[in-house]
Write a new protein. Structure first.
Length: 432
């Protein structure tokens, strides 16, 4: 049985994660090499220093190669940044024969690609949403149907040329080849969203260190993609300023937030027992008041300081609400709603903040959950939490590669017959 090696590199603002998988026919990808290395030269999802970024990527890839016992050649790389945008466009063709063929669908999707974009923008994904045959819409798999006119509704994700060119330079300098660049949000959605959520309508917020990416699905198809330049690093900065701590201490506080908020002295536990009848509490000393006055001893995380629990919570909630507000503004300006019937799925490292789903529900008024990535086997212990949704999604994207037409990488060089077989399988996977 033939074995294929797929390598994914998530170029994030806080870490560079490389995952090498081995894929055999009809089997789930098996992780054989993984390394997460602190990021350098990346700010808010964008390369700002090629030498530093190359060094960090090299460290991550080399360690993963050593673990896997293979040398990486072609790689799938994430791309992100504030200027990653999206639009929906239609492609229309006349059907060549009496039945719609694979070639007809290919030409329709290519036709959707012919749109006017600024010179500095490059389409990185052209994703078919649905087909229309002789004005009959809602068709996912048009091949073999009779009709004279074929339309396709597509979702197109674009990014500045400089974004992917700088990433490509970094990968070239470590001796590998960028086979494809994939938007962080699209990759994460492949790893954490269910088909039912996509069909009902769902919003995914991938809250990373430097950015928050947004993807909205409706009736099984993606309708909006975008990114805002706020994330977990902003929360860390706010904690540092508000508590007069160093950035290193603030990051440690943020990461340990759940343990810190749950930690109570024996005395406070007695005072705040839920079993205490409400009628036995003094009216002028409600339970909530006692909790608000509580301090947190940071010595349990090796920081010689006590801080107000109420202040810490307010600092974090204020920044999270700002992130949600900015994301909502971007979506609203594009003509969509962030509150979808199936709710909001949070992923990315910052999604693990204590009670963030409750805050999300209170802000948007819909259900919220934290999305954990799935679909890989092997050495997945290190990449099983939400901060690794993107890298797992890159692998899943690679399995269905060549469905989208355009890319900043070299996948356009792939064999055309390979594209046809891939697109047939992909269409069939959309069928209920």
């Amino acid at each position: 049985m033939a074995r294929k090696i797929i390598t994914a590199i998530d170029v994030g603002s806080s870490k560079i994660t490389t995952v090498i998988t081995s894929v055999e026919d009809n089997q789930q990808p098996t992780v054989i090499g993984v390394c997460s290395h602190p990021s350098k030269g990346i700010k808010k999802g964008v390369v700002v220093n090629i030498d530093n970024a190359t060094s960090a990527i090299s460290e991550s890839v080399t360690a993963a190669e050593r673990m896997a016992g293979v040398t990486v050649s072609d790689v799938y790389v994430s791309i992100n940044g504030e200027q990653v945008t999206s639009l929906n466009n239609k492609g229309v063709i006349a059907v060549a024969g009496s039945e719609i063929t694979i070639d007809d669908t290919y030409r329709a999707i290519e036709n959707a690609r012919t749109l006017s974009l600024p010179d500095n923008l490059n389409p990185i994904h052209i994703i078919p949403r649905e087909f229309v045959v002789d004005n009959q819409g809602g068709i996912k798999y048009p091949i073999g149907m009779s009709g004279g006119r074929l339309e396709v509704e597509t979702h197109i994700i674009t990014a500045p040329n400089s974004y992917w060119q700088n990433i490509k330079k970094c990968i070239d300098q470590i001796g590998s080849n960028v086979y494809d660049v994939i938007f962080t949000g699209w990759a994460s959605s492949l790893a954490v969203l269910t088909d039912t959520e996509k069909e009902l309508g769902v919003t995914m917020l991938d809250i990373g260190a430097g950015t928050t990416t947004i993807c909205i699905f409706q009736e099984g198809s993606i309708i909006y993609s975008g990114s805002i330049p706020l994330g977990g690093n902003s929360i860390t900065s706010d904690i540092a300023i508000g508590l007069q701590a160093s950035l290193e201490e603030a990051e440690k506080i943020k990461v340990s937030l759940s343990d810190l908020l749950d930690n109570k002295s024996p005395e406070s536990k007695v005072k705040n027992l839920d079993s205490t009848p409400a009628l036995l509490r003094k009216k002028d000393e409600p339970k909530e008041k006692k909790e608000r006055g509580e301090d947190i001893d940071l010595s349990i995380i090796d920081i010689d300081k006590k801080v107000s629990k109420e202040m810490l919570q307010k600092i974090i909630e204020a920044r999270c609400e700002e992130i949600f507000e900015l994301a909502n503004d971007h979506v609203t300006k594009a003509g969509y709603e962030i509150a979808m019937p199936a709710g909001i799925v949070l992923t990315g490292g910052t999604s693990q903040l204590k009670d963030l789903t409750k805050l999300t529900q209170s802000v948007f008024g819909v259900a919220a959950r934290v999305g954990y990535p799935s679909g890989l086997t092997g050495m997945i212990e290190e990449i099983s939490d939400p901060s690794y949704s993107t890298v797992q999604g890159l692998i899943k994207h690679a399995l269905d590669d060549d469905v989208e037409i355009s890319s900043g990488g070299d996948k356009g060089k792939a064999d055309v017959s390979g594209f046809f077989s891939k697109i047939v399988d992909w269409f069939k996977s959309l069928l209920p």
